[in-house]
Design a protein around this ligand. Structure first.
Ligand SMILES: [Zn+2]
Length: 270
């Protein structure tokens, strides 16, 4: 509702929206989980009412985390999401107090979260996802998108295009990610350490000469490296290697009068 998810003034709007969604789902007879504190009877009554309106059973799940643990866990939350200790204590007390009333409020069943089989559905879900990605379930699978997925995560894959036929990186594969006019060019090095390890590089402007005809590549290990490449944050990255000018080390040597040699070596390997 609000841009700041710790903004408590948005709570009423959030509850309205939640009830709207619950209403529409229950009208379709769908199982629906509401994850909210709901330690007060008046908050629970809203949920019981909407379930009963659609003739759906309603189950209360109690999370019986001890109070000291609830308080301790607040310490690792960002400041805007931290709940004051006296609020937690009051909520915890209300939760314990509510336990014996849940049946009479209209809940068809009352269970404790640690009695639920949760590991199994969790594993089932990620197992199904993994089978689809690997192409073992009758789908095509990700195929040669598995590698970019492993480095950069799943969100980027819809933008990823292998540019086979591009000679920009010699025999190594080239790829592009693009939205409209903004794009990045990557290559896949098949031997980054002399031991056969693979890794991606991203194409950057040559830091040594604005008019350079070579390609300046820097390693891209994560999606954050790609972001930095697009914003210009990596334009002076010490790991850049230009196919004409070599690396920052080579250019330093050049200043020490070992010039042409480094230049010759790197351009010879293009
Ligand atoms: Zn260059």
């Amino acid at each position: 509702m609000a841009d700041d998810c710790g903004d408590q003034s948005a709570t009423a709007d959030a509850v309205d929206t939640m009830l709207l969604i619950v209403n529409r789902r229950l009208a379709r007879g769908l199982n629906t989980v509401v994850d909210a504190t709901s330690v007060l009877a008046k908050d629970r009554a809203l949920l019981v009412d909407v379930a009963q309106k659609h003739n759906m059973p309603v189950i209360a799940v109690l999370v019986s985390t001890p109070l000291p643990v609830c308080i301790k866990r607040q310490q690792t939350r960002p400041a805007n999401r931290r709940v004051p200790e006296d609020t937690i204590t009051a909520q915890h007390r209300a939760m314990v107090h509510s336990y014996s009333n849940l049946r009479s409020e209209g809940f068809n069943d009352v269970v404790f979260s640690d009695s639920l089989y949760r590991l199994e559905p969790f594993l089932e879900q990620i197992s199904n996802l993994r089978i689809r990605e690997l192409g073992q379930g009758g789908d095509d699978g990700l195929g040669d998108l598995m590698l970019p997925r492993r480095f950069f995560g799943p969100e980027l894959l819809s933008l990823w295009r292998w540019k086979d036929g591009s000679a920009l990186a010699g025999d190594d594969r080239v790829a592009e990610i693009r939205i409209g006019q903004q794009y990045l060019t990557l290559d896949l090095r098949t031997d980054v350490d002399g031991e056969g390890s693979i890794g991606f590089e991203v194409l950057l402007p040559c830091p040594f000469d604005d008019e350079c005809d070579g390609e300046a590549w820097a390693p891209a290990y994560t999606v954050t490296d790609l972001w930095g490449a697009l914003t210009g944050d990596r334009d002076q990255d010490p790991d850049i290697v230009c196919t004409v000018h070599g690396s920052f080390d080579d250019v330093d040597q050049e200043a020490d009068d070992h010039a042409g040699q480094a230049l010759h070596e790197t351009s010879g390997s293009v």
